[in-house]
Design a protein around this ligand. Structure first.
Ligand code: DX5
Ligand code: ZN
Length: 220
């Protein structure tokens, strides 16, 4: 699958969010990663569906993948479907009925993602493969940007890749990805790379994204 580099808006300057999103897209980003935190499932608070709706209203038509770090999750799935999410990714811990939540996402016209925290085993993945379009392996504990990449995530990405095989399901990794480790993440089998601080924390988004893409190509 074509590799995607997805800047996480969590590290953007929120006072200029629309401009920041347009800047990373014109600098070569493939999609936008939209982190939603509720100060309950994770100890931080970010943005909700109204913000995505405003970005859509401002003409941003890029693929947006919404990473829901919220509990309960179903009401926000509905709201983000309405707001224009392309992918909606949920944690198995955030819903009592994962099958229902994943079904709602696809029934609402979006692609469904399933995300695993560093200590969450992949045990439910085989049961869900037929209902998802993306698997996300967290390489940090969710809640904050700018954390250190957890090295054991690489072996987990390899295990997820084995389970996915060549099915049309994206394998995304999120947390602590930088120009110097993105190659190893690609080599482990990922095709979709979230990076927040490593992109928005640099002054030249275009150069950073190009360096990341070169490292992915070298790993392939
Ligand atoms: C963490 C979020 C990540 C985060 C990544 O809870 O899900 O998407 O923004 O940020 P960096 O790339 O700075 O680790
Ligand atoms: Zn995320």
């Amino acid at each position: 699958m074509t590799p995607w580099i997805s800047p996480s808006i969590l590290a953007a300057d929120f006072s200029r969010l629309g401009e920041e999103v347009n800047d990373v897209l014109s600098a070569g980003a493939d999609t936008i990663h939209f982190d939603v935190m509720d100060n309950h499932y994770v100890p931080n608070l970010s943005v909700g569906p109204m913000v995505l709706k405003s970005l859509r209203g401002a003409g941003i038509s890029a693929i947006v993948d919404v990473h829901l770090m919220v509990k309960p999750v179903d009401t926000l799935v509905e709201a983000f479907l309405e707001a224009g999410a392309n992918y909606i990714t949920v944690h198995p811990e955030s819903t009592e009925h994962l099958h229902r939540t994943l079904s709602m996402i696809r029934a609402g016209g979006a692609k469904a993602g399933l995300v695993f925290n560093p200590a969450t085993p992949l045990t439910v993945l085989p049961e869900c493969l037929h209902m998802i379009d993306l698997v996300l392996i967290m390489s940090v504990n969710p809640g904050f940007g700018g954390q250190q990449f957890i090295e054991s995530s690489l072996a987990k990405v390899e295990r997820a890749r084995q389970m996915i095989g060549d099915q049309a399901i994206r394998l995304q990794v999120d947390g602590g990805i930088k120009t110097d480790n993105i190659g190893a993440v690609a080599a482990a089998g990922a095709d979709t790379f979230v990076a927040g601080s490593a992109i928005f924390g640099t002054s030249d988004y275009r150069t950073t994204i190009a360096e990341m893409r070169a490292a992915i190509t070298r790993a392939g």
